[in-house]
Unconditional design. Structure first.
Length: 327
């Protein structure tokens, strides 16, 4: 087994881009279902887990698009499987597509990179000046509130949790409601309560969507309310997704779900910007691009940077072809 890939990061969160991985299906959503138990899953484990990756690695396999209206498709993956959405990955893919010439882009102005993902069709709007990328805007699928104020008894006391869809289903609650703050010193406790809440609500009726492939709670968002600045609400969050993986960025699809919730509560108005910080201090800016009958179309802006190009192989006799996880 031998694979080449490019490593990028968006606001500190890794994204490993891999081409030429065999996937099967007529759409990206179908390819994800097949990949979960198919050949692509062995490649995921090989590239994601130790000793070639780590428990917080994230990446994507480039696929054909669903039709000619998109530039390409992608299967997002993490240590536990394949996710339905990924905003930070979409931002990285926008930069990658323009930098590599996969999508032709003018030296100045905005280029739309259209990508098919399991939850639908998204865009990375890549903005350049004199050939240099200044900003990348992730335009997501429709995001909406599923249910508010779900009462839940946890190991850290009783809480109220909101379920919101932003391409994946997120449980969201203030970190203060479980006696924590979104700071690196609280990471272990944030992971523990994030996992607990995810699994407690994974089968909740509100988390079961019409397309069952999108059902279940993908992650828990714990946030600190930092008040308001001149542009709108300012918050800091950590998203604990999959089974205990920590997003170093403010989480792209998670930020989209926060936009949907804040729009529904009136805390984020049209024309305002959500300043969304991560646990490591990096930042996304987000807004309501469009209101829909059931929710909003969010736009999340950030930047991605290339880390390097690598090649890995399975050496003869290596006893760990599937990798391993200690979490």
């Amino acid at each position: 087994m031998h694979w080449r890939f490019e490593d990028w990061h968006t606001a500190g969160e890794p994204f490993r881009i891999v081409e030429e991985v065999p996937t099967h299906g007529g759409t990206v959503a179908e390819r994800r279902v097949e990949a979960i138990t198919g050949e692509a899953d062995a490649v995921r484990r090989f590239l994601c887990l130790e000793p070639r990756g780590h428990d917080d690695m994230y990446g994507g396999f480039i696929t054909p698009p669903d039709d000619s209206e998109a530039d390409f498709g992608v299967l997002f993956w993490h240590k536990d499987g394949f996710s339905t959405a990924c905003g930070h990955g979409t931002i990285a893919l926008g930069a990658w597509a323009v930098r590599t010439g996969r999508v032709a882009a003018a030296e100045d102005g905005e280029t739309a990179v259209t990508i098919d993902v399991p939850s639908g069709r998204v865009q990375a709007l890549v903005r350049r000046t004199a050939g240099r990328i200044d900003e990348i805007v992730f335009r997501n699928v429709e995001s909406r509130v599923l249910e508010r104020g779900i009462r839940l008894s946890t190991s850290r006391g009783a809480v109220e949790v909101d379920l919101v869809f932003g391409g994946a289903v997120y449980a969201t609650l203030p970190a203060a409601s479980v006696g924590l703050e979104v700071t690196p010193t609280h990471t272990t406790d944030l992971i523990a309560i994030g996992r607990e809440i995810k699994w407690a609500l994974n089968e909740h009726p509100a988390a079961q969507l019409a397309d069952d492939r999108l059902s279940g709670v993908y992650g828990t968002i714990l946030f600190d309310d930092l008040g308001r600045n001149d542009s709108g609400p300012w918050q800091r969050n950590v998203t604990v997704f999959a089974d205990g993986e920590v997003d170093r960025s403010p989480c792209g699809s998670g930020t989209a779900s926060r936009v949907a919730l804040l729009a529904a509560t009136g805390e984020l108005a049209d024309g305002e910007t959500l300043t969304h910080d991560s646990i490591i201090g990096t930042r996304f800016l987000a807004r309501i691009a469009q209101r829909t009958a059931d929710g909003v179309i969010p736009e999340v802006s950030g930047m991605a940077f290339r880390v390097g190009t690598s090649s890995v192989e399975l050496d003869e006799g290596d006893p760990l072809p599937d990798g391993f996880s200690l979490r």
